[in-house]
Design a protein around this ligand. Structure first.
Ligand code: NAG
Ligand code: NAG
Ligand code: NAG
Ligand code: NAG
Ligand code: NAG
Ligand code: NAG
Ligand code: NAG
Ligand code: NAG
Ligand code: NAG
Ligand code: NAG
Ligand code: NAG
Length: 410
């Protein structure tokens, strides 16, 4: 009997374990938290002032809180995310000062004591280097191989208007260029998508999102490379109150169903630096970019991030300056695209990369039902066989023993 029990034990344990994974998987799908989204352009702008600058505000209303997403085409493209504990907080802009471009404190979220947390993500520079030795490692490349970076601050950005805004899908597109010959037939673009509920975008990298996050996709299209072996880096800066984005954590996964061949996810987290306390805000991405708008497997190219460092100097973002004021501390990192031996940018003249920005814990993929089914069959079958084998041996032993009991002793 004891042997039988021992035989059943591992199977039961595995069953329980799988069940647990299943229910957490189901919980992932059953992420039912919803928010109501609304978009407005240039909140509070007196129509007698010609804008020239566009500020998009997406209000994401929860049960007892509000998320404000702001995107502006003033200076470096910036996503500002403000979390309040009120359902009636609003944006207050001192437009004449805001339009002047260098005035701190001209954009506020009121009431100010309702603000729990804020983060700004600034796209600062696009670096290009000539990867002559094909290392795809910016650390290995001599400084002389770097071309003058594109300062996104001084790009001419298209207006945010009805043709770039989709109030139903809650997306907005912002494209620009620096007017140089390289950009004569190309542009640097980003698309912001806000989400009212959990889900996953259909195309790769298929990042999982929840109602507390938004997605930013950036892409470089048709821009002429300035070197024979051009590869690119994107420099990102981040600010935050009370905590900025500090450390980057890389999580492993065994499931690449939604992002083929990618088994990690990187999270740039806003937490009090030295305590394992709750995450207030995050930027999350999978280390992969794509060389075509409709990629197939071979169009994927890995990307790497540098360690976040404190960055000083003047803020290149009008929006961040308006909200945080001058002198606010910022951290920065570079995302570099490509892998040694892989095609250079010139093969497609296209590069696309996506990230998620939000509050609270970043959404993390749990095992998908398909993978769970495979695991259950793969692990369950041998165990079942073992179990049956054990039972068989037991039964046989017992009947043998019983047989022996009745056999005459010499
Ligand atoms: C716009 O500003 C002008 C001058 O400051 C003021 O007279 C006018 O009432 C304002 N219009 C609106 C709609 O606020
Ligand atoms: C920036 O601020 C300074 C000092 O307040 C002012 O002299 C300058 O004209 C401003 N620049 C712009 C572009 O508004
Ligand atoms: C919101 O937060 C502020 C400060 O953190 C606090 O004073 C206020 O009572 C909070 N309001 C609610 C409704 O929780
Ligand atoms: C290429 O590699 C050689 C040898 O490692 C090195 O001396 C040289 O500086 C590298 N050149 C470039 C442009 O990376
Ligand atoms: C809207 O923006 C697009 C590009 O962003 C531009 O081509 C178009 O002229 C703009 N329309 C108006 C009415 O400003
Ligand atoms: C956008 O379109 C809506 C109606 O579809 C209109 O009310 C609004 O004024 C337009 N906004 C701009 C900036 O053109
Ligand atoms: C711009 O792109 C189009 C289509 O991609 C191409 O037909 C055209 O020749 C390009 N023009 C220049 C100046 O590169
Ligand atoms: C989103 O934020 C709200 C309010 O902070 C929280 O109650 C909810 O659990 C969060 N949802 C997810 C999926 O993290
Ligand atoms: C890209 O550049 C490399 C190195 O200069 C060259 O060998 C290759 O032919 C170029 N590819 C295209 C499609 O222009
Ligand atoms: C965290 O850092 C602060 C100052 O940076 C220090 O005073 C505090 O003791 C640290 N806490 C822990 C748990 O290390
Ligand atoms: C990004 O890379 C460039 C070129 O190597 C470097 O000059 C810059 O300091 C880097 N920025 C950050 C934030 O690491």
């Amino acid at each position: 009997m004891a042997a039988d029990f021992l035989n059943i034990m591992p199977f039961t344990l595995l069953f329980l374990l799988l069940n647990m994974r299943f229910s957490s998987g189901l919980l992932g799908f059953g992420d039912t938290y919803k928010r109501q989204l609304s978009m407005e352009l240039n909140p509070g702008l007196n129509s007698s002032i010609p804008p020239g600058v566009n500020l998009l505000h997406i209000r994401s209303l929860g049960n007892d809180d509000t998320l404000h997403f702001l995107l502006c085409n003033l200076g470096s493209p910036t996503l500002l995310l403000v979390h309040t504990n009120s359902t009636s907080s609003s944006i207050q802009v001192d437009w004449p000062e805001f339009l002047a471009g260098n005035t701190s404190g001209s954009l506020r979220v009121v009431p100010e004591n309702a603000v729990l947390h804020s983060n700004a993500l600034v796209l600062v520079r696009l670096w290009e280097y000539d990867d002559l030795n094909d290392t795809a490692d910016p650390q290995e490349v001599p400084v002389s191989s770097f071309l003058p970076p594109y300062q996104l601050e001084s790009f001419q950005w298209e207006p945010l208007n009805n043709s770039t805004l989709d109030p139903q899908a809650h997306t907005v597109r912002l494209c620009g260029g620096d007017g140089s010959p390289a950009f004569s037939n190309g542009s640097f673009c980003l698309q912001l998508s806000a989400f009212g509920s959990g889900g996953r975008e259909a195309g790769w990298p298929g990042l999982l999102h929840n109602a507390n996050s938004s997605q930013v996709r950036v892409w470089l299209q048709g821009v002429r490379p300035r070197a024979a072996h051009s590869r690119f880096l994107l420099e990102l800066h981040a600010l935050g109150q009370p905590y900025g984005l500090a450390r980057v954590e890389v999580l492993q996964s065994i499931d690449d169903e939604y992002t083929p061949s990618i088994f990690t996810v990187s999270q740039w987290l806003a937490t009090p630096s030295n305590v394992s306390s709750p995450v207030l805000g995050f930027v999350e991405w999978k280390p992969v970019a794509y060389r075509r708008p409709d990629p197939i497997f071979t169009d994927a190219t890995p990307c790497h991030h540098s360690s976040p460092v404190a960055v000083g100097g003047a803020l290149s973002s009008g929006l961040a300056l308006a909200f945080y004021g001058a002198g606010a501390p910022a951290t920065g990192l570079n995302i570099s695209y490509g892998l040694a031996g892989e095609p250079f940018y010139n093969t497609t003249n296209y590069l696309s990369w996506s990230m998620l920005a939000g509050i609270g814990d970043p959404p993390v993929d749990s095992f998908s039902p398909l993978v769970l089914a495979i695991m259950a069959v793969g692990l369950g079958t041998p165990l079942l066989l073992l179990l049956l084998g054990g039972v068989f041996v037991c039964v046989r032993r017992r009947s043998l023993a019983e047989g022996q009991a009745y056999s005459p002793i010499n």
